[in-house]
Design a protein around this ligand. Sequence first.
Ligand code: MN
Length: 228
Amino acid sequence: MSNFVIPEPPQAAIPVLAGQGAFPVRRVYCIGRNYAAHAVEMGHDPDREPPFFFQKAPDALDASGRFPYPVMSRDVHHEAELLVALASGGRDIAEADALGHVWGYGLALDMTRRDLQGVAKAAGRPWEVGKSFEHSAPVGPLSPVSEVGHPQDGAITLSVNGEIRQSGDLNQMIWKVPEIIAHLSRYYTLAAGDVILTGTPAGVGPVQRGDVMELRCDPFSPLLVEVV
Ligand code: MN
C-alpha cells in the first residue's frame, strides 16, 4: 500500500505491437536538427555540431491516433521521427555498448507549436512551451529488437491527407543512434524506460484540424494520426 497523499498519477506507457503488453516510460529525450536538410530549412548550418537535446513530459506520449489541436498556438507542425526505447541505461555509455541498451523501436511525431518555439528562440528562452505540451508526442506501437533489429537505413516519410510532406532516410541522421545514446549518457544517467526521439527529416510544416498524418518507415506499421 502506498503512502501517497493524493491518488497516484497514471504511469506513462507506450503499447507494444500485437498486444504484447506496454512499455513504461520514465523520460522522453529528443534530439534537435539531426538531419542536415532539416537543419538548413530551419536556417542553421548543417555541419556536424555537437548534438543538443530537449525533453518532453512522458505524459505527452499519446497512442490514441488522435492529436487535439493545442491551445495557445496557430502554427502546429509535424516532425516525423524514429523512437528508440531503452531497456537499461547508465552513465558514460560507450558507443560500442549503446545498442545493447535498446529494447526496441517505434515511430513518433514530435508535434511542435512552431510559433511559440520561434518566440522562445528569438528571446533566448527555453523551447519548453513550443515542444512539451499535452498530446505533443503521438506514438505508434513499439517493436522489440528481436523482431526489427536495429534499423539504420530506409525511407521515413510523412504525408498529410495523402500528400507527402516529409521524406528522408534513416541513414541521413547526422548523429546515429549509438552516438546519440553515448552523448546523452554524458549529461544524464539513462535508465530503463527512457525513450529518445531521434530527429526529423526536412519538410516540416503546419497541420489543421481534420488533417490526417501518416508516418511510414519500414518495417514498422504506418502511424496514422488525425488532427482533431
Ligand atoms: Mn524533433
